[in-house]
Write a protein that binds this ligand. Structure first.
Ligand code: ATP
Length: 454
């Protein structure tokens, strides 16, 4: 199927139909750019985050984990530059009372019906662009005054810099080493969100890698490759993911080099992850604002320096969306259309579905036994006896379950079942007693997207 058939509408509707993602506060008419994850969405999201932790912590010895607070001391955001500079230029329309991002004005929709583009009619009265800070403000304590103002973090990275000294001392690390964190961040985004691509609250997977200044470029290149490999090893087709180096005028104030990992979403090539060389900006700023020394002293060489930082910063929602878009497929099964998520087995929310062919003759009992055995083997298994077998397969295909096990009359005679493969649709007879082990082995085997062959 050509990739342009994967529309955002199809992904949104599948996500709702199968309970991956719902618009938040839907019974009250929804709330801007905010979504809730349902059962399969949570399982998929957890698998994405789990794969990230595995790559950062389990497979390496030079990165430690952190979970820092969402609300930090307000000086944090002065030092980081967010209070003064984390802004978008906004334009108001005095006629329709809507607000648009000046640099995304072409994506804006006027509040009037029939819908217009901002500035399209003589009645539109657009103001000059004003800078608007994206941080959500709240306050600590019962009295709301200037001294009580705090901010919901707009990125997880700053909590890592604040803990640099702790990790250096108490985790006994020395450069090169990294600190990894996954958690929610908040931005008062007003641009249309494109589903979970841009939301007001979102999870980030960020890692700050502290290195000797002379090694910064080499480590930047290391992380560009490592992060690209992570996406393709988890099944993203290489034709749909690329690195885009920032132009000089795009670079953030702190960065000497940044490349975005971009995915070919239905909305076009867009940022999935940013991989920046942040230099010594953050540690120097926090040292200056806090009065604490944030540097490394190498006892062997007698050298003292402020480490430079390489930061791969990915979004969980944008990753989930990229994996969903890349996996979405529609097959023609002899005249019948099948919607299927060809997800990497490691990411699939459910690994195996156990289906008795009929709801009698002892089949449900054997199927439940198998379901329990899969659970004991640590596999996310789902038992389903409702509806025709074809309908049950379709349901599992739509949530991306790699294997289906069907218990039938023959099972009661010879203790074998049918094992159905989501991607090849092959069905083979396998002995029940061998199944949990065999399935675990198949799920762990190398996998490439079946869409690559097409
Ligand atoms: P954009 O230019 O699209 O606003 P950004 O460059 O500001 O993104 P970063 O600050 O680099 O984003 O954040 C790192 C990652 O966090 C992004 O690559 C993205 O995956 C994710 N992210 C950032 N903002 C949002 C958001 N509003 N909703 C969902 N994910 C986000």
């Amino acid at each position: 199927m050509p990739s342009d058939l994967v529309t955002m509408d199809k992904i949104v509707s599948l996500c709702k139909r199968r309970g991956f993602v719902f618009p938040a506060s839907e019974i009250y008419g929804g709330i801007a750019n905010t979504y809730d994850y349902g059962h399969y969405g949570v399982l998929l999201k957890n698998n994405v985050v789990g794969a990230w932790w595995r790559a950062m912590i389990q497979e390496r010895d030079d990165i430690v984990a952190l979970d820092s607070a969402i609300v930090q001391h307000p000086r944090t955001w002065e030092a980081s530059g967010h209070l003064a500079g984390f802004t978008d230029p906004l334009i108001d329309c005095k006629t329709c009372k809507k607000r648009f991002r000046a640099d995304h004005i072409e994506e804006g929709q006027c509040g009037r019906k029939p819908s217009k583009k901002p500035g399209e009619t003589p009645e539109c009265e657009l103001t000059e662009a004003r800078e608007f800070n994206l941080m959500f403000e709240t306050s600590i304590g019962p009295v709301k005054d200037a001294g009580s103002t705090v901010y919901l973090r707009p990125e997880t990275a700053q909590g890592i810099f604040l803990n640099f000294k702790n990790v250096l001392q108490f985790a006994r690390r020395k450069p090169p080493f990294g600190i990894a964190q996954v958690g929610k961040s908040f931005r008062n985004e007003i641009t249309p969100g494109n589903f979970v691509f841009r939301t007001l609250e979102f999870e980030q997977m960020e890692m700050e890698f502290f290195v000797a200044p002379a090694e910064a470029q080499q480590w930047h290149e290391h992380w560009l490759k490592a992060r690209m490999d992570w996406y393709t090893e988890l099944g993203i087709r290489p034709s749909h993911v690329k690195l885009r180096p920032h132009e000089a005028d795009e670079l953030s104030h702190y960065s000497s080099a940044t490349s975005d990992v971009e995915y070919l979403y239905p909305i076009g090539w867009s940022e999935l992850e940013g991989i920046a060389n942040r230099g010594d900006f953050d540690l120097t700023q926090h040292a200056q604002f806090s009065g604490e020394k944030l540097e490394y002293f190498d006892q062997q060489s007698g050298e003292r320096y402020v480490p430079h930082v390489i930061e791969p910063a990915a979004g969980v929602g944008r990753s989930v969306l990229a994996f969903l878009c890349d996996a979405y497929d529609e097959d023609d099964l002899g005249g019948e259309l099948r919607t299927v998520l060809k997800l990497h087995p490691a990411l699939a929310p459910v690994k195996v579905a156990v289906l008795p062919l009929v709801r009698k003759d002892g089949q449900p009992e054997v199927a439940r036994e198998l379901h329990a055995a899969f659970k004991r083997a640590g596999l996310q298994s789902e038992y389903d006896e409702g509806g025709s077998i074809g309908k049950r397969y379709r349901r599992q295909d739509e949530i991306g379950t790699p294997y289906g096990v069907t218990v039938d009359h023959q099972t009661l005679e010879d203790r074998t079942v049918t094992l159905r493969d989501r991607d090849t649709l092959t069905q083979e007879r396998v002995a029940i007693d061998e199944l949990p082990g065999q399935l675990s082995a198949r799920l762990a085997a190398p996998w490439r997207s079946p869409k690559l062959a097409a």
